[in-house]
Design a protein. Structure first.
Length: 303
């Protein structure tokens, strides 16, 4: 089997789509289930406002119900926004034009978009460097990728509680944590995929819950539950679930008996290369000394 074949097996793509279908059904009758995606979309739009550019043709990758696509369509200079989403139930709620699309295999031609925006879908990609390379090819020269994805510190409290509970109750631990990139590696991955001027930064969002079960219900409603191919099938034991809730409350509960849930959000920004973009000067081409710019005295090394 090839390396790409091994990485493709990291996630159960059918289960992931079914989780998003279920989230779409729950969203119709559960107010506020999409709060995290909406908040992160707002923060991504704030970053886009700082760019000061118009993007006539945009792609909303992982569009869910189309909230971000609608916001992008209202921006000055936007002619068309395509909503792309793997869940048909979510996509039915998104504005047209729209396309069924999995971020692991984009169905778009090279140089199709001026802007690709994505909220909380790239952490479900097994081969992130390959997916980023596809996104770069789908951008026109000097086009922009702006994406938000979950980082490695996400849900560290819940992961700790589940780990300790399974170890105590079942004598072993099942795969529950998807691999995640660290902030220090994010810009390098963008550069490796061929993006110019890559930038990555992170923000932490902490949500407070009355108990661990309320958090798990929200994750289910978001479509962010375990879809690893190697996950343990079947329901979690009631004793394991009870112990996990106890560990969570004991280790992380605050003075008001509320439980924090940490979401680390990585924001990735990169441009498709274009000759007009700024480039670093060749090494040794400087015409002025740094000491002169800093008004610092010149020092001579003694031999």
């Amino acid at each position: 089997m090839t390396e790409s074949g091994r990485t493709a097996a990291l996630f159960d793509r059918r289960a992931w789509r079914l989780h998003r279908d279920r989230a779409a059904r729950l969203a119709r009758g559960q107010v506020g289930a999409d709060f995290l995606h909406a908040e992160i979309a707002d923060r991504l739009l704030d970053r886009l406002d700082l760019v000061g550019r118009e993007f006539p043709l945009a792609l909303d990758l992982g569009a869910r119900g189309g909230g971000l696509a609608r916001s992008l369509a209202q921006r000055r200079g936007t002619a068309r926004v395509i909503a792309a989403e793997p869940s048909a139930l979510f996509l039915a709620e998104a504005p047209s034009p729209r396309a069924i699309a999995d971020p692991e295999l984009l169905p778009f031609r090279d140089a199709s978009f001026d802007l690709i925006a994505s909220v909380l879908v790239l952490h479900w990609v097994a081969d992130l460097p390959g997916a980023l390379a596809q996104l770069r090819r789908a951008l026109q020269p000097d086009g922009l990728l702006l994406a938000a994805m979950l980082g490695g510190q996400t849900l560290v409290e819940l992961r700790t509680a589940l780990f300790e509970a399974e170890l105590a109750e079942e004598g072993g631990v099942s795969p529950r944590v998807s691999p995640a990139i660290e902030l220090a590696d994010a810009a390098a991955l963008l550069q490796r995929a061929g993006f110019a001027m890559p930038v990555a930064d992170s923000e932490t969002i902490t949500v407070s819950y009355p108990d661990a079960l309320a958090l798990m219900r929200d994750l289910r409603a978001m479509g962010e539950t375990n879809a690893l191919a190697a996950r343990r099938r079947g329901m979690m034991r009631r004793t394991t679930l009870a112990r996990a809730a106890m560990v969570y409350a004991e280790q992380f509960g605050d003075s008001e008996a509320r439980l924090p849930a940490t979401f680390e959000i990585l924001f990735l920004c990169g441009w498709a290369p274009h000759p007009t973009q700024p480039r670093p000067l060749p090494r040794g081409s400087a015409t002025h000394r740094l000491a002169d710019a800093l008004n610092a005295p010149q020092r001579h090394r003694e031999k």
